[in-house]
Design a protein around this ligand. Structure first.
Ligand code: ARG
Length: 265
């Protein structure tokens, strides 16, 4: 789980469009600082023994550092994201990289935020809708990739992607922020029979859940000490990382890596 990751770089990261409520064109990232933040995240993945693949960012793509939205990848199959108009120039780069690396690439028939709204947990796929992903994508993902899909609706633009509202810690454990979901979705999560860790509203708003766990090491923002402590209490190693500059794009650790998941068994 999360042992092979596709990352880009922060060289071209800037706020040209306010496409989520955390972004302001008046609050631009400091270039050197964000490049440093990104490099530290990549180093942490390598230190945890994860294999990191690279896709260089393009000058015309200010959000390309957030590779999670590129696609959902499972085995040798990838379903490309269908991104908001301000990010559509990224897709030819994603398509080319995936094809060149031997993936069978499927186009999304509806709006789709890629792995930002599609988090595998074993053979389950936690799949978001209500913001950037059209619910009709869920059936498409089940059919193409074989997952059992759990449809989850997030309730406002602050939760524009599912990976801000829930995190897969291991196949038995999720961390989540219940108020980010509508009632039926909350019930669906509680009904999964998984161990559930709750985060506070303040930490959820600081992208606590935008983390990457491989089941033993959790790489996450340093702005969520409460969640970090809960994870350590469960025997996980926590690597807290600065995400202050990346947060100006409305993203964090999880957003900067597309996991190349193994096919489901
Ligand atoms: N500024 C980017 C956008 O709004 C951030 C994407 C973060 N990605 C994520 N998986 N949550 O598209």
């Amino acid at each position: 789980m999360n042992t092979r990751l596709l990352v880009s770089d922060a060289d071209n990261f800037r706020v040209d469009h306010e496409i989520n409520p955390y972004m302001s064109v008046h609050d631009q990232p400091d270039r050197d600082a964000v490049i440093g933040e990104h490099a530290a995240i990549v180093d942490a993945h390598r230190d945890a023994g994860r294999r990191v693949e690279r896709l260089s960012s393009a000058a015309e793509c200010p959000d390309m550092v957030f590779t999670a939205n590129a696609a959902l990848v499972s085995g040798d199959t990838a379903v490309l994201g269908r991104l908001p108009p301000a990010r559509r120039d990224e897709t030819p780069h994603h398509r080319r990289w995936l094809r060149h690396h031997g993936f069978e690439v499927h186009e999304a028939p509806h709006d789709f935020s890629g792995q930002g709204d599609a988090l595998p947990c074993g053979n389950l796929l936690l799949a978001g809708h209500g913001q950037r992903t059209d619910r009709r994508m869920h059936g498409f993902l089940a059919e193409r990739l074989g997952y059992r899909v759990v449809s989850l609706r997030t309730v406002g633009p602050r939760w524009y992607d599912l990976d801000l509202a829930v995190a897969v810690i291991d196949e038995q454990t999720l961390a989540w922020f219940p108020a980010a979901f509508d009632g039926p979705s909350r019930d669906r999560i509680r009904g999964l029979g998984l161990d559930l860790i709750e985060v506070t509203p303040a930490e959820a708003g600081r992208f606590a859940l935008n983390l990457i766990s491989d089941g033993s090491t959790v790489t996450m923002t340093d702005r969520a000490p409460g969640l970090a402590e809960q994870l350590r209490d469960r025997g996980l190693a926590v690597v807290p990382l600065s995400t202050r500059e990346l947060a100006k794009g409305g993203g964090g650790v999880r957003c900067t890596a597309l996991t190349l998941y193994p096919a489901i068994t």
